[in-house]
Design a protein around this ligand. Structure first.
Ligand code: FDA
Length: 394
């Protein structure tokens, strides 16, 4: 049986970062993955350009049952630390809205960088390996049965990610290991995911597919995001929708402000004063795409001149524009979700090194834990920071 100081299961963002960090500390590290390629999610991330971090990362950008849990790791490995690593490897990058940093060329550069770091740190990476059994023996070591033979280690790191995109090899493996060792796993939900229409809504709104507008979307708990909203064939998407999906629970409504940058009450009063005979349709079409206006409001209302509208009608139009309340059918689920909400309960883990409080030597890194970030490079920053926190401890 081959023995290693450390075995890391999962050659994704957190696993590779953790491996390089431990390897540089002189640990004998083996990374196992059942996929045929390392870092597959990195490769497709950010439309192939990988939004690898964000200029401004705060604990408030993360959702976790224990909001203090992320603080230590994020403070000890900042986005600036990752940017310096990217720069050392000569990877060119650019900044987009809201501090998001993307590769100029390709996400492949990030995977190559991580594998190069692993190689320099003396880490072995073994792909196409199924782990069929894990046991902890009296000596404190972990014994692993794998499709490539039996292995043992002092420290075992679970970095197998969440459930999003099963097509890319996402599995519940990490949750099963946690449960096997008696750790609590919180219910999981698809996060950063588009919403879908009810069949009635679909009939009405499907023709709007492709329209994007600025918006502010508010969840039931008051969380708000001001970004673009995109109508799709299946429902609603765009950054504002993906962000708010992290704060949405089935059966809850969302409120959409379709004119986040103006006061519809004032604008309508102004239009009434200047062009009293202008139709509501022509007035609203100056502010929103005409197709959207025509689907949102009744034909008879749109044909009215501004000076024909009674107060109640005007108030309703204003409410519909600033506080369009929608009950969506659901989300597209893990098939298209970027992250998984929930996971290994962080109350079971040390926030310093992500080691199980119950099972010494068992560590978790990355998305497998109950930590999910906003859209904008935060999920990768969590993978890097938690990977480093574990790598420094094992
Ligand atoms: P990750 O999923 O990266 O790695 C897990 C590894 O474990 C994989 O290599 C997998 O093969 C392996 N594994 C799983 N089950 C196994 C088993 N049973 N046996 C062995 N190995 C197993 N975030 C961001 O910050 N910026 C962005 O631009 C994007 N873009 C983006 C696009 C899309 C389409 C998705 C789906 C996700 C993103 N994300 C993102 C989220 C980001 O990809 C994600 O949060 C990190 O990859 C999580 O890193 P982990 O290392 O925890 O898991």
């Amino acid at each position: 049986m081959k023995h290693h100081d450390v075995i890391i299961i999962g050659a994704g963002a957190a696993g590779l970062m953790c491996a390089a960090t431990a390897g540089y500390r002189g640990r004998d590290v083996l990374v196992l993955d059942n996929a045929k390629q390392a870092g597959r999610k990195i490769l497709i991330s950010g439309g192939g350009r990988c939004n690898f971090t964000n200029q401004k990362v705060e604990p408030a950008n993360f959702i976790c049952g224990n909001p203090h849990f992320v603080k230590s790791a994020l403070a000890r490995y900042s986005s600036q630390d990752f940017i310096e690593l990217v720069e050392r490897h000569g990877i060119e990058y650019h900044q987009r809205d809201h501090g998001q940093l993307f590769c100029n060329d390709s996400a492949k550069e990030i995977v190559t960088m991580l594998l190069t770091e692993c190689e320099w740190a003396g880490v072995s990476v073994k792909l196409r390996t199924e782990i069929t059994n894990i046991a902890k023996v009296d000596s404190g070591q972990f014994l692993l049965s794998t499709s490539n033979g039996d292995l043992s280690c002092e420290s075992l790191v679970i970095a197998t990610g969440g459930l999003s995109m099963p097509k890319l090899g996402a599995t519940p493996f990490g949750y099963h290991v946690a449960e096997q060792f008696g750790l609590k796993v919180l219910p999981t939900y698809a996060g950063l995911v588009p919403f879908t229409w009810h069949s009635e809504q679909k009939q009405k709104f499907e023709p709007l597919s492709g329209i994007a507008v600025p918006s502010t979307i508010t969840a039931k708990d008051g969380t708000q995001f001001s970004e673009a909203l995109l109508f799709t064939h299946r429902g609603l998407s765009g950054p504002a929708v993906l962000q708010i999906s992290n704060y949405w629970l089935p059966g809850e409504t969302i409120s959409i402000n379709l004119l986040p940058n103006m006061d519809a009450n004032e604008a309508l009063a102004q239009a009434l004063a200047n062009h009293p005979k202008q139709s509501l349709r022509n007035t609203l079409s100056q502010w929103l795409p005409k197709r959207l206006v025509e689907v949102l409001f009744e034909e008879s209302l749109l044909n009215m001149a501004l000076n024909q509208l009674v107060h109640a009608q005007r108030d309703q139009v204003i409410a519909d524009l600033h506080d369009w309340e929608l009950l969506m059918n659901g989300t597209e689920g893990y098939r298209t979700a970027e992250v998984t909400l929930g996971g290994v309960d962080t109350n079971e883990l040390s926030s310093k090194d992500m080691q199980s409080k119950k099972v010494p030597g068992l560590f978790f890194a990355g998305e497998v834990m109950d930590v999910s970030g906003w859209l904008g490079g935060f999920n990768f920053q969590w993978a890097w920071a938690s990977g480093v926190a574990v790598g420094q401890a094992i």
